[in-house]
Design a protein around this ligand. Structure first.
Ligand SMILES: *[C@@H]1O[C@H](CO)[C@@H](O)[C@H](O)[C@H]1NC(C)=O
Ligand SMILES: *[C@@H]1O[C@H](CO)[C@@H](O)[C@H](O)[C@H]1NC(C)=O
Length: 913
């Protein structure tokens, strides 16, 4: 360590210098004081003063008195000679002393150097010991982790030509999951293979729209199997035209299905309504053990936990891009507090011109009808009261769609209803009658209300909303008994804006994910059955990572790279690469997290290798039986800087991070940045995303930084590549940095440690915010220094790999398109996505505000058009999400002992942050 020796040697030299000076001063004093004294004494004697002094070399006092001047002069000369000989001697002594002093300081230097060497050796020994302890621990853990697990159970399957007739249940109406479902076809590890009967020569007549829709939706379905022998579930598309067949005819056709096996076990009869005219064709039909999937059910027919309510799919909605027809979610309150437009089916009740009600259907259930009468009376009363600008109309006066007998008709064309719903805070939906669980018109009203952001208020608590087995509709809609109609107005006035907007946002999510398209509906149906039988979903896709180098082109190595220490500190041992364990919760997530998975973004359709929300152990479990992978600080007894740097600590097992660096034709800047990573602890791998169509120059030399550097070839120059979930990323933590980012090791490691405690957030360095532009009533992107921020730039930020999957596969395509159009804004898009999901702002660490390397060529982010695009991006993304997901934060994170006064024997966690 030549550098620190120099530093240490300086004080020693300074010290020696000091000693020499004092000696010389002493010598001078002798010369200046003693000699004049002698002279004085002598002269004094001459003057007759009687002072006597012992003088070396002078035999006796008084001797001079008898001397004549000549002799005296001689004597003085003699004295002068003595003086000069003495001073010569002194000079000689002094130079001798200096020589000795020189060798002393030389030896001192050597002692100091030896001390330094000893210290270095001791440190190295400690580091080695630490590494040894770690390796030992790792070895123990590897052995533990590789204990033989319970083998996967074999799939139990009936023999392929199994056609044994099992007696169907006494009546299909007594079917429930536990009595009628054949679990033997669907083992946990089967992957849920689904066989769909071909729709071309279906046993039921299908119109071409339904045929196209099912074909195109199911083609993309991940569970589709072409092997009916081993399938778990069989799908039969029924379609509206089936109503032309008689009941007997239908039953005959069902039993003749090739895999019906006598009782229709594990069959899903999917009766898709393509418009309002769908009929309950499967009512009063013997469906054996098959499950019925449709929009309309009466009480006596619906088998809870077995049948599935679905929304209709609409011809007129096909192929529309959702977001630009959807109104913004804010302001919370719209023109009408609530709206209801409908007309009571004349088979039940007649409303006179004066608003009087006549009950006119002798055959219908009197009790139920009386309830309806009250409702109507209350509605009419509301209609005549126009406080709060309520919109209630109980006659259509134009287009109308009839539903079930006695059901409120749907008024107007879709565009007219849309207009009303866009202006309504709440929308009232009345369930047909107490004997009806769900109807086409109810689901149409629900669908339209959710889409246009009018929070549904459903009267009729018996209602079964679509997929209610898994969707928690309470978070997006109010469901009341009919009897509450007169209290509705009061209740709805008490709903706070924040609840209202949360419900509207949740409604938008449910609509988009489960109802908005035929694909969504069919995927959801299959996922409901899959969830019911606890089979995990398909694994989320990973992005392949082709490298720019192939067998013929080898990357060249850069020789002699010295590690750069910017802080003069060590930050823990450099470990061998250690990948985050993945897929540990395949079977538990879809059971334990079922409610969360279904009721929050992105829904239940994929299995992820890990989630930021994976549960955390209680502290003592680390020390009592569940400590695999944990690295508690100082074995759990804690400590300051020294102990802190030795172990990762925290609440989750040890892990590493991957650096993803996007680069575009700035080779020297890139290589320089890579070199700076040498010796960075906890670094697993570096991905260089080569965004240029040109390959790296042939003589480009890559530094050996101790971990793999993977240089990935991209399909096109896109900033979205920064967030692709590449399969070579083997850690949960991703550090995304620009090729010109200049971060010190301590900053990176501190960021990593912070992220480990906030795994669902973006954790990074440069803060930005969204500012309200009052004059244009829109948002502006702002990068000025500010005490409040809402975005952290992904040019230097940690995030969970989970968000890379979501950004690439679940976030709306229009956002990625906008990023490509501007070649800008990918960092804004990521911040929007994460805040949308978590409803939390990002976390800013340390005081650093910029991160670019000094002197690097200016990035394009400095010109004005780049800035203008960022304003546009923000407002566009707000339009896509329907609201502004970003949230403000006013704090930043520094390490615990930063700026704390410490006793001398304690070290800071980090010196500078
Ligand atoms: C969990 O799923 C993953 C991905 O499909 C698979 O590789 C892994 O073996 C599964 N784990 C278990 C215990 O079945
Ligand atoms: C940043 O601050 C400067 C002066 O403090 C101001 O002129 C400029 O408009 C601000 N920029 C933005 C985007 O607000």
């Amino acid at each position: 360590m030549p550098l620190s020796l120099d530093v240490l040697a300086t004080p020693v030299l300074r010290c020696l210098h000091h000693i020499r000076l004092s000696r010389i001063i002493g010598m001078l004093l002798v010369i200046l004081i003693v000699i004049p004294l002698i002279t004085h004494w002598y002269l004094g004697s001459v003057d007759g003063t009687n002072q006597r002094h012992d003088l070396p070399g002078v035999d006796s006092p008084g001797i001079f008195q008898d001397m004549d001047p000549k002799e005296l002069r001689h004597h003085v000369h003699e004295l002068h000679r003595i003086k000069s000989s003495v001073s010569n001697e002194l000079l000689e002594l002094e130079s001798k002393r200096q020589r000795l002093q020189g060798s002393i300081s030389h030896y001192n230097g050597e002692v100091e150097q030896a001390k330094v060497e000893l210290e270095t050796a001791r440190n190295e020994l400690n580091a080695l010991k630490l590494q040894l302890r770690q390796t030992q621990k790792e070895l123990e853990e590897t052995m533990e982790a590789h204990r033989p697990r319970v083998a996967q159970p074999h799939r139990i399957l009936p023999s392929e030509d199994d056609n044994v007739l099992i007696a169907p249940p006494a009546s299909s109406s007594s079917c429930r999951q536990h009595t009628c479902f054949d679990y033997s076809r669907c083992s946990l590890t089967s992957g849920f293979p689904v066989y769909v009967y071909p729709t071309e020569d279906s046993i039921f007549p299908l119109d071409s729209y339904i045929q196209d829709v099912t074909l195109s939706s199911l083609e993309q379905n991940l569970y589709l199997s072409s092997n009916p022998a081993t399938a778990c579930v069989y799908v039969v598309i029924v379609g509206t035209l089936a109503s032309r067949l008689g009941a007997k005819d239908m039953e005959r056709k069902l039993t003749s299905l090739p895999y019906w096996r006598g009782d229709g076990r594990n069959h899903l009869l999917v009766n898709i309504a393509r418009d309002y005219s769908a009929e309950n064709v499967l009512r009063n039909i013997e469906t054996g053990r098959a499950m019925v999937v449709q929009s309309e059910f009466v009480f006596s027919q619906y088998r809870a936990g077995f049948d599935i309510v679905i929304p209709p799919v609409f011809t007129w909605e096909a192929g529309r891009d959702a977001f630009d027809s959807i109104p913004p979610q804010v302001p919370a309150h719209r023109k009408h507090l609530f709206s209801f437009i409908g007309e009571k089916d004349s088979a039940g009740v007649i409303v006179s011109e004066k608003g009087e009600l006549f009950y006119n259907d002798a055959s219908s259930n009197r009790r139920g009808a009386a309830g309806e009468m009250d409702v109507l009376a209350d509605l009419v009363a509301i209609e005549n009261n126009d406080d709060d600008n309520l919109l209630v109309k109980v006659t259509c006066g134009g287009d109308s769609v009839r539903g079930l007998r006695g059901e409120w008709q749907l008024c107007g064309k879709p565009q007219e209803r849309q207009q009303v719903l866009r202006e309504s805070t709440f929308s009232i939906i009345i369930v047909a009658a107490s004997s009806v669980l769900s109807s086409v018109l109810t689901t149409v009203r629900l669908y339209e209300s959710l889409k246009y952001g009018a929070v549904p208020v459903i009267l009729g608590e018996q209602v079964q909303l679509p997929f209610s087995e898994v969707i928690d509709w309470q978070q997006a809609a109010f469901v009341f008994p009919l009897a509450r109609v007169s209290e509705l107005h009061f209740f709805l006035r008490t709903v706070s804006d924040s609840d209202l907007l949360r419900m509207r946002r949740q409604g938008r999510f449910l609509w988009e994910t489960y109802l908005s398209s035929p694909q969504a509906v069919l995927n959801t149906v299959l996922s409901v059955v899959r969830t019911r039988i606890s089979i995990p979903p398909k694994t989320v896709p990973e992005e392949p990572s082709p490298t720019v180098y192939n067998e013929d082109t080898y990357p060249l190595l850069l020789e002699e790279v010295e590690p750069i220490s910017e802080t003069g500190m060590e930050f823990g041992p450099v470990e061998p690469p250690y990948d985050s364990p993945k897929f540990l919760r395949n079977f538990t997530t879809s059971v334990v997290d079922k409610h969360t998975l279904w009721n929050s973004f992105p829904g239940p359709f994929y299995l992820y290798p890990y989630l930021p929300s994976d549960p955390v152990l209680p502290s003592e479990a680390k020390f009592m039986g569940s400590g695999l992978g944990f690295r508690p600080i100082n074995k759990g007894s804690g400590g300051a800087g020294k102990e802190f740097q030795e172990s990762l600590g925290g609440n989750v097992p040890r892990e590493q991070f991957t650096i993803v660096m996007l680069t575009y034709e700035r080779e020297s800047v890139l290589i320089n940045s890579l070199q700076r990573l040498i010796g960075l602890p906890y670094l697993n791998k570096v991905l260089v995303v080569w965004n240029s169509p040109n390959l790296p120059s042939e003589d480009l030399r890559w530094p050996d930084i101790g971990v793999p550097i993977v240089v990935i070839r991209t399909k096109k120059n896109s900033l979205n590549n920064r967030f692709l979930p590449y399969d070579v990323i083997e850690t949960e933590a991703i550090l995304s940095i620009d090729d010109d980012a200049h971060l010190r090791h301590d900053e990176i490691l501190f960021g990593f440690r912070v992220w480990r405690e906030a795994r669902d957030r973006v954790v990074g360095f440069p803060g930005r915010f969204h500012a309200w532009d009052g004059s244009h009533q829109s948002w502006l992107y702002n990068s000025n220094y500010s005490c409040e921020l809402s975005m952290v730039l992904t040019g230097a930020a940690f995030f969970h790999k989970y968000y890379a999957y979501l950004y690439s596969y679940v976030m709306p395509q229009v956002i990625r398109d906008k990023v490509d159009e501007y070649l800008n804004c990918e960092d804004i898009a990521m911040n929007f996505l994460v805040s949308h999901i978590t409803r939390k702002p990002p976390i800013k660490v340390t005081s650093r505000w910029t991160f670019r390397c000094p002197g690097c060529p200016q990035a394009l982010s400095h010109d004005d058009s780049h800035f203008q695009e960022r304003h546009k991006c923000i407002n566009y993304f707000v339009q896509v999400y329907g609201y502004m997901p970003l949230l403000n934060t006013q704090f930043r994170v520094d390490s615990v002992l930063f700026k704390t006064r410490l006793p001398h024997d304690k070290q800071k966690c980090f010196k500078f942050i």
